[in-house]
Write a protein that binds this ligand. Structure first.
Ligand SMILES: *Cc1c(COP(=O)(O)O)cnc(C)c1O
Length: 412
């Protein structure tokens, strides 16, 4: 579900023609639909209304302050994975008691910032981190609640790079070592163990891998409680899939119905860390066609947006639908849709059905709200795209286009 739709064949974002946005703000341009991500947040929130829960939006999917401020205003929390994301979340007005902090490699300075802010929980990923966090909190005369991130060793059936909860991945504490980590936590009063956490991967289509992880997590929760720990929350991570092409991801309600029986009787608060599910369908990347070239029996559509703007196709072989922005009546024919970056891996779509387009036409790369702008770079000294937030008939620049001056500003 999203608010990108066609009126007489022309692509609209909510009440605005995307072509007008491109004319006003230039290309490449990220366009976000506020209604879309607000509704996705609300759908998930409603689905879990029958249990105590908190939605901590994964800032790394799209940390734009305009997006974060909107979510903050709805009562949404944040899952951060770095000091920079923590800074952003706080700046956007997300209260520290709604922030959890995950990540395999947190620095001392990052942990101190989390303690200083007074966040809800640090998701601790190894025993040494627990010791370091305890020293830092003790040194600051503070107490920092924490959760152990366990690695439940389940296969989420997604792209290899999007798998995080298998024993061979770098994330989390192996199940067999959770007992020892808890034993250590019991001796460290500055880091009370209040929760258990897992995050098994991303773009997960069904609730079944979550069930497998939850069965493991239940046992750990019960075991920790028997040992006297007051486990108050269970954080089941993010990973809910969106529809990029022909996938059939579970809905928020299906997700809830598929897992809730494994959670309800534990009487604890559930924490969800969705990123892609909330913001993925809410964004498109708009680009202009620079050239159309026939070579080696192929049609190449060369855009002014490339892998530096949206790296998912190059990095994960991800498929994003690519559509002409204006009404196109001709038949679709295969094309490789590529960017201007000097890499053969610089494509946004290969062998894609696209109607005839010409120099100056606009195309939209769909479902680009998550891991799009957030993963963009200045490779080839390309200024990063502008980002626009649409709400009804209003469009607000939430990140201006970078200039050449921006590109050299930090160098001497
Ligand atoms: C990336 C990440 C998420 C969000 O993943 P999505 O697939 O975008 O929902 C949640 N939690 C942690 C720990 C992550 O690293």
């Amino acid at each position: 579900m999203d608010y990108f739709h066609r009126v007489d064949g022309d692509l609209f974002c909510e009440d605005l023609p995307v072509a007008d946005l491109a004319a006003r703000f230039g290309t490449p341009l990220y366009v976000y639909s506020r209604r879309t991500f607000v509704e996705h947040y609300e759908k998930l929130d409603r689905a879990f209304a029958d249990v105590p829960h908190a939605i901590c939006y994964s800032v790394k999917a799209n940390g734009n302050l305009g997006v974060l401020r909107t979510l903050a205003s709805l009562g949404c929390g944040a899952d951060v994975v770095s000091g920079g994301e923590l800074h952003r979340a706080l700046l956007a007005g997300i209260p520290p008691e709604r922030i959890v902090y995950s990540g395999v490699g947190k620095t001392g300075a990052e942990l101190a910032a989390a303690v200083d802010a007074g966040i809800r929980a640090v998701n601790v990923e190894n025993v040494e981190e627990l010791r370091v966090l305890s020293e830092i909190a003790t040194g600051m005369g503070r107490v920092q609640p924490c959760a152990l991130r366990v690695n439940p060793d389940v296969d989420p059936h997604t792209h290899e790079y999007l798998t995080t909860g298998r024993s061979e991945n770098k994330f989390g504490i192996p199940l067999a070592e959770v007992g020892a980590a808890a034993g250590l936590a019991a001796t460290l009063p500055a880091v009370p163990l209040v929760g258990l956490d897992f995050h098994i991967g991303s773009q997960i289509l069904s609730h079944v891998p979550y069930q497998a992880a939850l069965r493991q997590a239940r046992e750990v929760v019960e075991d920790l409680r028997r040992r006297g720990f007051e486990i108050r929350h269970l954080d089941i991570g993010g990973g809910l899939a969106v529809r990029y092409d022909h996938e059939r991801p579970m809905t928020a309600d299906e997700f809830h119905d598929g897992i809730i029986d494994l959670v309800r009787d534990l009487s604890l608060a559930l924490i969800l860390e969705p990123g892609r599910f909330i913001i993925g369908p809410a964004g498109v990347l708009v680009a202009e066609v620079l050239f159309v070239k026939e070579a080696g029996g192929k049609r190449f559509v060369i855009l002014d947006a490339g892998m530096n703007d949206l790296i998912r196709p190059a990095l994960y072989d991800a498929v994003h639908r690519i559509e002409p922005v204006r009404r196109a009546d001709g038949d679709a024919a295969p094309a490789d849709v590529v960017g201007p970056v000097c890499e053969s891996g610089d494509f946004l779509g290969r062998d894609r059905a696209l109607p005839a387009v010409r120099r100056g036409d606009l195309v939209a790369v769909m479902t680009a709200g998550a891991y799009g702008a957030a993963m963009s770079s200045n490779y080839n000294q390309r200024p990063r795209a502008a980002e626009v937030l649409v709400y009804g008939a209003d469009a607000t620049i939430v990140r201006r286009r970078e200039t050449y001056e921006d590109l050299v500003r930090l160098e001497s």
